[in-house]
Ligand binder design. Structure first.
Ligand SMILES: [Zn+2]
Ligand SMILES: [Zn+2]
Length: 384
């Protein structure tokens, strides 16, 4: 008798249900992974709300798709591997993979053949990108996301074997932490006089949910001075104080003018060196740029889906202050294990496991989604 595997399926916006699929048989080079943890990400919340346009205006623009098994921040144990006849399945660093190994799976499967794959090593700029958690679940073998018992991993996926001492909580943060590579780019710009992100700089982070928190942590660990966190949630503002934020501003208790004044007072009237937008609210960009110093760096990382337009004044916002702008979608697949290493090296100082505040079984994924939308949560995960 065929064995069936249950999974949470986002059937259409606003409709998440549990479905059963036949246990997949593996093509050569594929893996079957027993999930140990799968994150609930901002894009999952947007997908549930029907805000599902990604890579808008590029050849790889996608909508949805629905139905899909969500879950792209995935950690699990290999239960089945179909090695190719001419070799073994290896991880990103060439380590041989076998049943029983615990792995992190990068969300994206890239073609390796398009212009972007061949010119931009390390980044997920592929024209033919396919992403776990966003693949059509009506197509066999269906289990292309982590909100399930088992996940099907295609040949050619980026897989990272992890050691026993790495907790699932740290492993599941590898993906959002790898998104913060924009700060490594900003660091690189600091080789130019008074540009980019230099040691001791004042960094402002708008929106300190899990992604904003990762940017606070990264800013702290790569050498920020003041870090100012801005959010509506007092819970989240208190949370980030434990992970390196030196100041917090509650949006509901301050005006735009007061926040701007606070940043200018903190920086001897110059403005912030780096401002990072993780709130996913388009209009925040205007406020963010207004509090930037001359030659400052603005990092836009909060809009992985299309949420609309804003009005900018090219002279006032861009030219007059000579600002540098880093827009970013997705992550550096070369940044996954470095992110784990960075957290492991600092785990005596910061309790990263604590960042996972809520765990839900995949059959309660809807409850998990709602929890992740509440201000009193940090990283919410699916934990079979
Ligand atoms: Zn994510
Ligand atoms: Zn490609």
């Amino acid at each position: 008798m065929a064995e069936y595997i249950r999974a949470a399926v986002l059937v259409e916006p606003g409709k998440l249900e549990i479905q059963e699929f036949p246990k997949p048989s593996l093509e050569e080079g594929a893996l079957l992974v027993k999930m140990t943890m799968s994150g609930i990400c901002g894009t999952d919340k947007h997908g549930y709300k029907g805000e599902a346009v990604q890579y808008a205006g590029t050849p790889r623009e996608i909508r949805g798709p629905y139905p899909a098994v969500p879950g792209h921040e995935n950690v699990g144990i290999i239960v089945e591997a179909r090695h190719p006849r001419d070799g073994k399945i290896t991880d990103f660093y060439g380590k041989e993979l076998k049943e029983g190994d615990r792995i992190i799976i990068s969300p994206d499967i890239l073609c390796g053949k398009c212009y972007w794959c061949r010119h931009t090593y390390g980044y997920t700029w592929c024209d033919n990108i396919r992403s776990y958690g966003h693949l059509d679940a009506s197509v066999a073998p269906h289990l292309f996301g982590g909100w399930s018992d088992l996940m099907y991993v295609f040949p050619g996926s980026h897989i990272y074997k992890i050691t026993e001492d790495v907790s699932d909580q740290i492993a599941v943060l590898a993906e959002p932490m790898a998104v913060s590579y924009s700060l490594d780019i900003a660091k690189g710009h600091s080789s130019m006089p008074n540009e980019g992100f230099s040691s001791g700089d004042t960094v402002v982070v708008f929106g300190v949910g899990p992604l904003g928190l990762c940017h606070v942590i990264k800013s702290r660990l790569i050498g920020a001075g003041h870090i100012v966190a801005i959010d509506k949630s007092e819970y989240r503002l208190n949370f980030v104080k434990e992970f390196g934020a030196t100041h917090t501003l509650n949006v509901d208790q301050t005006s735009i003018e007061e926040r701007k004044q606070f940043i200018f007072d903190l920086t001897d009237g110059r403005g912030a060196d780096v401002v990072i937008e993780c709130a996913g609210v388009p209009v925040v960009m205007v406020e963010a740029i207004d509090m930037l110093r001359q030659g400052g760096t603005f990092v836009e990382v909060g809009h992985f889906v299309d949420t609309g337009e804003i009005q900018l004044n090219p002279h006032r916002h861009l030219c007059a202050k000579n600002i540098r702008l880093i827009g970013q979608m997705n992550l550096a697949y070369t940044g996954m294990i470095p992110s784990v290493n960075l957290m492991m090296a600092n785990r005596e100082k910061y309790d990263f496991d604590k960042i996972v505040t809520h765990k839900f079984h995949f059959t309660d994924a809807l409850e998990g989604l709602f929890q992740s939308m509440k201000p009193e949560s940090m990283k919410v995960v699916i934990h079979p």
